[in-house]
Unconditional design. Structure first.
Ligand code: COA
Ligand code: AMP
Length: 633
């Protein structure tokens, strides 16, 4: 593959390019059309095609003689447990669990919510749902009951698959009370739940509704694959938008399989039989694409790691796993390496392991900051590659591609657009900017296969969120620039989305929750820089008349509102009670000025500001409470 010729072919003749890629996967019926447009002007890939994603991930490999190869290795330092599943084993378990779901009434198109920790049964449930042509929606285990309830009401699952607990370092987090609370809150009630009982935590099952995973499996018969249309949804994955209602990103079957298979060849350069490890969580898009679907569709061995980069048991955890399973390609978020670097700055742990088999390390979820890149590249003998993508795209938009000639690495850049992504930088008026000038990062339509065709039950929001701002372009929500060589530098979000320790969260949602407190007149939540987690949220709250300024009890109360509604994962720990918020003359809160003050200690005074003296008041509060990198002593 040559980068430039592939890139140009994919842009100039997308149908021919993606037809070629589509031929590399197994279809029950090859698509009649490669790219089509519906009445609303939305693009669809591979219409008329019939396939099954679970068949691609499992059955085809068993039929092709790969049955005895490890498909999934489960390594759980938090439970001292390791298990390996061959393709034969995984197919057997998935077929059986498909039988369980079918016995509970799941048919093609029905939704199955999966709220599970990093255990093999989570992967089995995803694949079993895909096998039946059902639509799974995995909810990250770190979300609180309220977030789960919101997703239940939107996806309306017939069945929810869950577990009795997750384990965070040494803390057992009971899931069943959260699940029960979510079902009690949600308007939609699932017909059934299936609960995996873990030795660390038991639970009470509600007769008639809750079923024990083990009992179900012992009574079920295996179920065969159900062919689905290329354009049928495989899953819904909710991600943070700018409001309290998360966006249900829809992934289709055909475009997803073709794009992931392509990415394994072109971006990661992995072949069947290679060991591929994405240290993420099945609740995030990286987990969907690169723990579960892409490695299995490609015939690789994938690793499911129920641990952390540090303290499980030490900062050598990643290196231990890489050596133990001879990992060829490793993928994680920069924040994970910052956590390791903090505990092992000189890389003493890495020296204890043989990493000769490791050929590349990929990072995503947030920008790979230059200090972390330099530290990592100095310790490793292989390329360290920053690549940029989103839940919406499902696979990388920009990357240094190992399947082509490796490009020079420029720190702070995710390198160049992957074939299929026509990345442009536009100014406010929708005009292309000159190189090195910052603007909105957009992608010219059509998006390549694998990217979201719509939002679940909300075509209108899909249109307004992504397609209306600049007609003919998909709005990524990120800002940045391209340099003279076409390298893309993604500098951060232009909306209310923040990235906290590689987790995407909405400050708008946090503002809605805090604004609901009886004492709060108005508030702003901004993502401020954090050395370890990249960003963390900080709240700035104006009280209603009659509530005492400096009320000591209020901050913990507001912190608890976010923790119990969104989850601990929000990392909402800093609240400042302020007299006023800086605003424009038209009344818009100047969140960016607050953020810049917290990060840098000073900010330019916007020409639109109503009263510049408010910025001094905010600065004093930041200083007093030591909020923000500029004020931490
Ligand atoms: N279930 C329940 N709680 C969870 C959770 C889960 N799956 N994940 C995180 N939490 C909790 C944590 O226990 C913590 O709770 P606490 O406030 O009571 O201590 C809180 O949410 C914040 O978690 P986090 O921000 O992850 O901080 P941490 O100190 O626990 O771990 C890192 C820090 C850097 C080690 C961790 O964030 C990490 O590994 N990040 C990488 C993320 C990633 O892989 N993202 C995917 C993109 S590639
Ligand atoms: P998510 O949907 O959770 O994958 O988060 C997507 C967002 O994370 C993007 O819109 C970016 O803001 C950010 N992001 C992901 N990868 C990168 C990267 N390599 N460089 C810069 N930002 C990134």
């Amino acid at each position: 593959m040559s980068y430039l010729s592939d890139f140009h072919e994919a842009i100039n003749n997308p149908e021919k390019y993606w037809q070629k890629q589509a031929k590399k996967i197994h279809w029950f019926t090859f698509p009649e059309t490669i790219l089509s447009k519906d009445k609303q002007g939305h693009y669809h890939w591979f219409e008329g095609g019939k396939l099954n994603t679970c068949y691609l991930a499992l059955d085809q490999h068993v039929l092709n003689g790969r049955g005895d190869q490890p498909a999934l290795i489960y390594d759980s330092p938090v439970t001292n447990n390791k298990r390996s599943f061959t393709y034969n084993d995984l197919l057997e378990k998935v077929s059986l669990f498909s039988g369980v779901l079918a016995d509970l009434g799941i048919e093609k198109g029905d939704r199955v919510v999966i709220y599970m920790p990093m255990v093999p049964e989570a992967v089995i449930a995803m694949l079993a749902s895909a096998r039946l042509g059902a639509i799974h929606s995995v909810v990250f285990g770190g979300f609180a009951a309220n977030e789960l309830a919101i997703r239940i009401d939107d996806a309306k699952p017939k069945v929810i698959v869950s577990s009795t607990c997750g384990i965070e370092f040494t803390t057992v987090i009971p899931y069943k009370p959260l699940l029960d609370a979510a079902i009690a809150t949600a308007k939609h009630k699932p017909d059934h739940t299936i609960i995996l009982k873990r030795p660390q935590e038991d639970c009470t099952l509600i007769a008639g509704r809750d079923h024990d995973w083990k009992d179900c499996m012992s009574q079920a018969s295996p179920h065969d694959v159900i062919p689905v249309a290329s354009t049928d949804p495989l899953y819904i994955l909710y991600t943070s938008g700018t409001t309290g209602k998360p966006k249900g990103i829809v992934r289709d079957n055909g475009g997803h399989a073709v794009s992931l298979n392509f990415s394994m060849e072109a971006i990661y350069d992995v072949s069947p039989g290679d060991v591929y490890w994405a240290a993420s969580d099945v609740g995030w898009v990286v987990g969907h694409s690169y723990i579960v679907y892409a490695p299995l569709i490609r015939g690789c061995t994938t690793i499911l790691f129920e641990g952390k980069p540090v303290r499980t048991p030490d900062p050598g955890a990643f290196w231990r796993v890489i050596e133990e399973y001879n990992v060829k390609t490793f993928f994680t978020a920069p924040t994970a390496f910052r956590a390791i670097k903090k505990e092992d700055p000189d890389g003493k742990f890495i020296e204890q392991y043989n990493l000769l088999g490791l050929e590349s390390v990929f990072l995503a979820g947030e920008r790979l900051d230059p200090p972390t890149y330099e530290w990592l590249a100095g310790l490793l003998d292989c390329p360290v590659i920053d690549h940029w993508w989103q839940t919406e795209t499902g696979w990388p938009i920009c990357s240094n591609m190992l399947g082509t000639e490796l490009k020079e690495i420029k720190m702070g850049s995710a390198t160049v657009p992957v074939p299929g992504f026509d990345v442009q930088i536009l100014n406010k008026n929708g005009q292309k900017v000159r190189s090195a000038e910052t603007g909105s990062i957009v992608i010219k339509l059509p998006l390549p296969p694998g990217c979201l065709p719509t939002l679940w039950n909300d075509n209108e929001r899909y249109q307004t969120s992504y397609l209306s701002t600049f007609p003919g372009y998909y709005l990524t929500g990120d800002g940045g620039y391209k340099d003279k060589d076409g390298y893309v530098f993604v500098m951060g979000r232009t909306d209310d989305v923040i990235n906290v320790a590689g987790h995407r969260l909405s400050t708008g949602e946090m503002e809605e929750l805090i604004g609901g407190h009886e004492a709060v007149a108005e508030c702003a939540v901004v993502g401020i820089a954090d050395e370890l987690k990249g960003q963390v949220p900080a709240g700035f709250v104006v009280l209603k008349d009659g509530y005492r300024l400096g009320n000591e009890d209020l901050a913990p109360e507001l912190i608890m509102i976010i923790r119990s509604n969104i989850g601990a994962v929000a990392n909402f720990k800093q609240v400042a009670i302020v007299k006023r918020l800086p605003k424009t003359r038209s009344g818009k809160i100047l969140r960016k000025s607050i953020r810049t003050l917290a990060d840098r200690g000073q900010t330019a005074i916007p020409s639109t500001i109503d009263d510049p003296s408010i910025l001094d008041e905010i600065k004093d509060v930041l200083q007093d409470q030591q909020i923000g990198m500029a004020f931490i002593k």
